[in-house]
Design a protein around this ligand. Structure first.
Ligand SMILES: Cc1cc2nc3c(=O)[nH]c(=O)nc-3n(C[C@H](O)[C@H](O)[C@H](O)COP(=O)(O)OP(=O)(O)OC[C@H]3O[C@@H](n4cnc5c(N)ncnc54)[C@H](O)[C@@H]3O)c2cc1C
Length: 755
């Protein structure tokens, strides 16, 4: 044995094994699922920006664009979300029929089975556009196109299973749901108590090998209407009928809901929204072994299947809902801030409102940018588990912020429910998006850094594998090589971070020139700081870092904001660097850098080894933490653009359903907004006449206009335009009210329905 191995690698190997708790099979599968993409570059401290820009923009094919322009537009016109949510609590049959007939449930199913075979970007665009009109319809469409029977079958199904199910799923004659969650297993889905015991029993007149199932599931979307149930359970084989392994583990099967013993229970009522969600149970239900997705060979491989599919789906559906909230908030709040007047001014003239508009616009720009980059990865056949977890967490959190801001600006108008309220259902949908497909606290605290640290790091996963090698000598040999590579990497990060700190990152290269060049340099600098801190934290804290979620999540935040900022800069380049987008880029990326520095500071303040925290701080921020919150002038520039028609406002809200101009809600708001902007000049003429004393200062509009007519300040045509704009403005700020007996009748009706 070499001296290096004897004196350095072997003791380090033994310590490494001691501080790292052995990985469970479940943890290992979660860690190994998916691929590493742009996140790897960011984590390792050396992002190659030209690579990012070369990934290319997301585009829609002719068929995808046509589906959006035709089928999606027809669907949107059919949806009356107030009626669906508040009165019917379910989508009308005509809508269900249309969704099935036009293949809304088969966006991802291959054409050979009758599906559309659309890209991830198209899938996300379709779901997002529907969500600006109806969250309930969007969730209904989203579920069959994300984690569920369709996707599992395409990836793992046997040919026979694909032929049996995919054509029906594509046509909509089969409605799928997928049941993993139960009362005792939510976030800890790997711990489901539902079991399937391998046994022999009679099926269709013959004795066959199969599984006797018992399950109790809740929160299952589409279950109340499902014809095919995807079920996750723990497979047990006490009699060894399948082989040596008596506990093969989590397994997924497809079961027709008409199968004897399958019980579809009552509906839940998620935040009052109208998509279908409910329970399912089964007691001693026997199914043949062939119903396991992938066939008997896939017995016990369900967890890996779920983690892999979930890690891709997580980057599409909920980020699409988040982006839709941004588009809706941006479009409506800019217009509302202009047409709503208080203290004699548009409320958008007040700086407090501009601050909120700046946040709405800046974050929506980042939402759209991130949606595009993440779906781009998926369309490049990557399955980047960390990138999709970042997208799920941050995009639903950003959606929460923009919808909160939008509601604050709309105030009472956003609160009073009815057909005129275009924001309330998005607001109600936020907790759903936050909770499903990995609840957000868990996603931030356990997944982003937890998975990122081992997957994105160039050596840690291999070191873990070496430590777990049952052949001690082979493990040590591999570890020895890895350790010295790791030491070189770590030393490079130490010197690199210090150099970055001393030069302020100014000497880093940038793939572009102009106002955004500095951001690339600063992000490279912070990427190096992350590589250093992550390495030191893993080395000094080992397995304890996993339990210290507050510390590790902050490093996850750094990685996340590096990713979000990259997406934003790429989006700006893909769009051809339009000048009117610069305030949005400054706002969003400036905020990312500020939050990165904040997260690093929080990490260092709480790092248990104080001398090391001091050294790290001196290396990373030798001249102090210099990133600032987004500047007021950027928020003001954004708010100005959101209160004007055309340009970036159109491009940033292109997914928004607006509807007919006379339609209560966004249609009426847009009409008023356009009309009020068009009479801006006339309003100024009136105001000037008031100031020079020609017209009185305090009068109702009608009286003022009468006097303006008498004194020749305005022509008759001008007066009619002002009156029309004001009428439309009043319609746009109006809220719904209902006679008490109508509400009482609806309430009685609902009680009767439930009974
Ligand atoms: C509307 C809706 C639709 C759904 N649709 C489906 C479906 O179709 N199929 C299906 O199988 N399931 C579905 N679910 C279930 C969903 O995936 C779970 O609700 C989710 O996994 C969280 O489980 P829980 O609600 O039991 O929360 P819990 O697991 O009880 O978690 C409570 C809180 O603790 C946090 N937490 C838990 N563990 C940790 C940790 N280690 N570190 C940090 N924080 C942690 C969570 O983040 C959460 O904030 C749906 C749920 C809802 C509400």
């Amino acid at each position: 044995m070499s001296l290096r191995k004897k004196w350095i690698s072997e003791p380090a190997f033994n310590t490494f094994k001691k501080i790292l708790p052995p990985l469970s099979a479940t943890e290992r599968e979660a860690m190994e699922a998916g691929s590493v993409w742009w996140d790897g570059e960011l984590f390792r401290g050396k992002p190659d920006w030209s690579k990012l820009l070369a990934y290319g923009p997301s585009t829609l094919t002719f068929d995808e664009q046509s589906f959006l322009d035709n089928q999606v537009s027809t669907l949107l016109a059919m949806l009356d979300d107030h009626h669906i949510v508040n009165e019917r609590r379910e989508m009308p049959e005509a809508v269900w029929d249309y969704l099935k007939r036009e293949g809304f449930f088969s966006l991802i199913i291959p054409k050979s089975y009758g599906g559309h075979d659309f890209s991830a970007y198209a899938n996300s665009t379709i779901v997002a556009r529907i969500a600006t009109r109806s969250i309930s319809a969007a969730v209904t469409v989203m579920v069959p196109n994300s984690l569920g029977p369709g996707e599992l079958l395409m990836h793992y199904g046997t040919q026979q299973q694909k032929d049996r199910w995919l054509p029906g799923l594509a046509k909509g004659s089969e409605v799928p749901c997928f049941a993993l969650t139960g009362p005792e297993a939510g976030s800890d889905a790997g711990g489901i108590p539902d079991t399937g015991v391998v046994c022999r029993a009679e099926f269709e007149g013959e004795e066959v090998l199969g599984i006797r199932l018992n399950w109790d599931k809740r929160y299952i979307t589409l279950a109340p209407r499902a014809t095919v149930l995807g079920l996750a359970f723990r497979l047990l084989d006490p009699d060894g009928l399948l082989g040596e392994n008596r506990e093969p583990g989590i397994t997924c099967a497809l079961i027709p809901t008409s199968h004897p013993g399958v019980e579809i229970g009552d509906r839940h009522f998620p935040m009052g929204l109208a998509f279908l969600n409910g329970t399912t149970r089964g007691q001693d239900v026997f199914i043949p072994l062939e119903w396991i997705i992938g066939g008997p060979d896939y017995a016990g491989r369900g967890w890996r299947m779920l983690v892999e599919c979930l890690s891709a789906g997580r980057g599409i559906s909920l980020p699409a809902l988040g982006t839709a909230s941004g588009h809706l908030a941006t479009r409506s709040t800019g217009a509302y801030a202009y047409v709503r007047r208080q203290f004699g001014l548009s409320i958008g003239k007040f700086e407090g409102v501009q601050e909120a508009l700046g946040r709405i616009g800046g974050l929506t720009y980042q939402l759209e940018a991130t949606r595009r980059l993440t779906t781009r990865a998926l369309d490049l056949n990557e399955s980047p588990a960390i990138v999709t977890a970042i997208s799920k967490y941050h995009m639903t959190e950003m959606a929460r912020t923009v919808i909160d801001d939008a509601l604050d600006v709309h105030a009472g108008k956003g609160i009073q429910m009815g057909p005129s309220n275009y924001l309330a259902h998005s607001y109600m949908g936020i907790p759903v998006a936050i909770t499903v497909e990995g609840a957000n606290i868990l996603t931030r605290n356990l997944m982003i850094f937890g998975q990122g640290a081992s997957r994105c790091h160039p050596y840690v996963l291999q070191e873990l594998e070496a430590a777990a090698n049952p052949d001690q000598q082979a493990g040590l040999d591999a570890f020895d090589i890895l350790l010295f590579k790791h030491i070189r990497f770590a030393l490079g990060n130490v010197f690199g971070a210090f150099w970055q700190g001393m030069t302020g990152g100014r000497l880093n290269s940038s793939p572009v020139a102009g106002e955004t060049a500095g951001y690339y340099r600063q992000l490279t600098r912070m990427s190096k700081a992350l590589a250093l801190c992550a390495d030191v934290a893993m080395l000094m804290m080992g397995g304890d870092l996993k339990r210290r979620e507050m510390l590790s999540a902050r490093l996850g935040d750094v990685l996340s904001h590096l990713y979000l900022a990259s997406a934003t800069l790429k989006f700006y380049e893909d769009n051809g660097r339009p000048v009117d987008e610069l305030p949005f880029v400054h706002y969003a990326v400036g905020r990312n850098l500020y939050l990165i520095a904040d997260a690093l500071e929080g990490f260092l303040q709480n790092f248990p080894n104080r001398p090391m925290a001091f050294i790290l701080k001196a290396l990373i921020f030798p001249l102090g933490k210099r990133y600032k919150k987004p500047l007021d002038r950027h928020a003001q520039a954004i708010s100005k653009q959101l209160m004007s028609t055309g340009g970036i406002r159109e491009r940033l809200t292109w997914l928004c359903y607006i509807g007919e101009q006379s339609e209560p809600g966004l249609g009426q708001l847009e009409r008023a907004f356009g009309a009020m902007l068009a009479v801006q000049g006339l309003e100024k003429t009136l105001a000037d006449a008031q100031h020079d004393g020609t017209l009185p200062l305090k009068e109702t509009l009608t009286t003022l206009l009468e006097q303006a007519r008498e004194k020749g300040v305005l022509t008759e045509t001008d007066i009619q335009r002002l009156l029309q704009a004001d009428e439309w403005r009043r319609a746009a700020i109006a809220v719904d009210s209902f006679p008490a007996e109508v509400l009482a009748r609806q309430s009685r009706q609902k009680t009767d329905d439930v009974a």
